[in-house]
Design a protein around this ligand. Structure first.
Ligand code: SAH
Length: 347
C-alpha cells in the first residue's frame, strides 16, 4: 500500500523519504511544493528528477491530489463556494470557502456527520459516521488554497459538520499544523473552533498555548428549551458551559463568541434576550445572532426582521456586544447547519 504523506511534519517526511531510498533534501523540496506552493502532484514539482518522481509515485500518495470533487457550487453573488468531496474511504464531506472584504476564510468540517443531534441542524440527521483525521482537515484548506493561488486562505473556522471537541486531537493537530511557519503560517487569532458545549474539550483548550477563538453554540437560555434544541445540554448544562468558556476567555485573552440561532417562537422573545444578557453580563464575550436557516425536515422558521432587531436592541441596552450574522451561501445550502444533508437525501 502506498503511504499517505499529506500532513506529515518535515521530520516525518524526511524519515519516509530516506526509508524509500530518496535523498534527504527531496523531503524539504516536496514539503515546500505541498505547503507553500499548493502543488500536490509529484510530476508538477519541477525541481525533482524523473527517476525520483517515479519512486515517489510508486510509494507515496498526497491526499488533495486524490480527492474526488463530487460537486462544486458557487453562490449567485460569487462570494461563497461549497465543495462536496469524496474521501478515500467513500465517505463524503462538505467544506465551504467564503470571500470577505478582508480575505478568504474556510469553514471546515471536523467529522463525517455529527452525533449531537441538535434539533435545528442538518449535519446530525444521520448521526456521526467517523472522525476526520488532521490531514483531512488540513486538506480542506489546501484544496481551496490551490484553487485561489497565489492568494491564500487567511482564516479557518471549524464550524462545518461535526463536533470538534469530540475529535479534539485531530482538530487541534490540524490547527497547529496550519500555524507552522513552513506551512500556511496562519495566526491562531484567525482560527475559530465552535462547540456545542463539550466542557472537557473547552477545559483542555484552556490548558494549551494555542490562543484560538472559541465559539459556543448556545441557542437558548432556558434549560428545557435548550435541552429540546440541543440534547447535549443534559450532560453539559449551559451555565457550566458558560463558566468553562469564561475560564478559556481569561486564559487565552480571547473573547468568546456565543452563537444564538433565532428560531421563531422558540427562543426569540424579549424575555429570552434579557435572560441571555443576564448570563453574559461582565463576561469576556460577544453574541452572534443567527436568524435560523430553515431546515425543512425540522419545521423551524426564522423570526420576522422586527423581532430579530428587537432582540438585538435588548442585548445592546444591556451592553452586551452583539451582531447579526451576515449570511453567506444560502442559495447553495452552504449556510450554517445545512451541510451534507441535501446530498444524502438525494442519493
Ligand atoms: N458542533 C459545533 C460546530 C458545527 S455547527 C457547534 O455546535 O458549534 C456550526 C454552527 O451552525 C453552530 O452554531 C450551529 O448551531 C449552527 N447551525 C446549525 N444548524 C443551523 C441552522 N439551521 N440555522 C442556523 N445555524 C445553524
Amino acid at each position: 500500500m502506498k503511504k499517505e504523506i499529506f500532513g506529515l511534519t518535515p521530520e516525518e517526511l524526511q524519515q519516509e523519504f530516506v526509508a524509500a531510498g530518496l535523498k534527504k533534501f527531496r523531503a524539504s523540496q516536496v514539503y515546500q511544493w505541498l505547503y507553500k506552493k499548493c502543488v500536490f502532484k509529484f510530476e508538477e514539482m519541477h525541481n525533482l528528477s524523473k527517476a525520483d518522481i517515479t519512486v515517489l509515485n510508486e510509494k507515496f500518495t498526497v491526499m488533495p491530489a486524490n480527492i474526488n470533487i463530487l460537486t462544486r457550487w458557487k453562490s449567485s453573488d460569487g462570494l461563497t463556494e461549497k465543495l462536496l468531496l469524496e474521501l478515500q474511504d467513500g465517505n463524503s464531506l462538505e467544506t465551504v470557502l467564503m470571500h470577505h472584504d478582508y480575505g478568504y476564510s474556510v469553514c471546515v468540517s471536523s467529522q463525517v456527520g455529527c452525533a449531537m443531534a441538535c434539533a435545528f441542524c442538518a449535519s446530525g440527521l444521520n448521526g456521526c459516521v467517523r472522525n476526520l483525521t488532521s490531514a483531512e482537515i488540513i486538506m480542506q484548506v489546501y484544496l481551496f488554497n490551490s484553487m485561489i493561488a497565489p492568494q491564500q486562505v487567511s482564516r479557518v473556522v471549524v464550524m462545518g459538520s461535526g463536533e470538534p471537541m469530540l475529535n479534539y486531537d485531530e482538530v487541534t493537530g490540524a490547527l497547529k499544523f496550519l500555524h507552522r511557519e513552513d506551512t500556511a503560517f496562519m495566526s491562531y487569532r484567525n482560527m475559530t473552533v465552535s462547540t456545542c458545549g463539550i466542557i472537557p474539550g473547552i477545559e483542555r483548550l484552556a490548558e494549551e498555548n494555542i490562543p484560538i477563538n472559541l465559539a459556543v453554540s448556545l441557542h437558548a437560555v432556558k434549560d428545557d428549551v435548550r435541552t429540546q434544541l440541543m440534547p447535549v445540554n443534559k450532560g453539559f448544562p449551559f451555565p457550566s458551559v458558560i463558566a468553562a468558556a469564561e475560564k478559556y476567555a481569561r486564559a487565552s485573552g480571547r473573547q468568546v463568541t456565543y452563537e444564538y440561532i433565532l428560531i421563531k417562537d422558540k427562543n426569540d422573545s424579549p424575555e429570552d434576550a434579557q435572560l441571555l444578557s443576564n448570563y453574559l453580563k461582565f463576561k469576556h464575550a460577544s453574541v452572534n445572532l443567527i436568524p435560523a436557516n430553515p431546515v425543512p425536515e425540522k419545521g423551524f422558521e426564522r423570526p420576522p426582521a422586527k423581532r430579530i432587531e428587537g432582540f438585538l436592541r435588548i442585548l445592546q441596552k444591556n451592553k452586551i456586544n452583539a451582531t447579526i450574522r451576515k449570511e453567506m451561501g444560502k442559495d447553495i445550502n452552504a449556510a450554517c447547519g445545512q451541510l451534507r444533508a441535501k446530498f444524502n437525501d438525494n442519493k
